[in-house]
Design a protein around this ligand. Structure first.
Ligand code: FES
Ligand code: FES
Length: 156
């Protein structure tokens, strides 16, 4: 069909080749085409971070990116973080620290925190604040979220 653009991308280790609308957002590609609904859409304006995914290991807000822009890239969503034998350590830490109320923000925080810990294995409290500045929690779980992230990284 005319007007579509080719997209060849790897999502959570699985290759996907599609033709998509040039204006299709990455968040909508993940949710609507691939049914990876763990990536949430909160504001569609780059403000809340609920849509955070990793693109070639870097956290991005998928509501600010076109699907066509990830042609040739490797995407990891919150579903892709899960280990074969159970939850990812960051996911488990959020549970253990009770860093969740409604859970709407949680996938974005978990993905952003995973990227933060890859950059800095033992962030300070301020480092966690800074690393997660692009993610908002309307339930106000910030204290427990920082506790969860630091429990994975260890404190210093
Ligand atoms: S939905 Fe992307 S930042 Fe809010
Ligand atoms: S737990 Fe509800 S928005 Fe964060």
């Amino acid at each position: 069909m005319g007007g579509l653009v080719p997209l060849d991308t790897e999502v959570n280790g699985e290759r996907h080749r599609r033709e998509v609308e040039p204006r299709l957002l990455l968040v909508d590609f993940l949710r609507e085409y691939l049914r990876l609904t763990g990536t949430h859409s909160g504001c569609d304006d780059g403000l809340c971070g609920a849509c955070t995914v990793l693109v070639d290991g870097e956290p991005v807000k998928s509501c600010l990116m076109l699907a066509a822009q990830v042609d040739g890239a490797r995407i990891t969503t919150v579903e892709g973080l899960r280990a074969e034998d159970g939850p990812h350590p960051v996911q488990q830490a959020f549970v253990d620290a009770e860093a969740v109320q409604c859970g709407y923000c949680t996938p974005g925080f978990v993905v952003a925190a995973t990227a933060l810990l890859a950059r800095d294995a033992a962030p300070t409290d301020d480092g966690v604040r800074e690393g997660l500045v692009g993610n908002l929690c309307r339930c106000g779980c910030y204290q427990n979220i920082r506790k969860a992230v630091r429990s994975v990284g260890g404190s210093r």
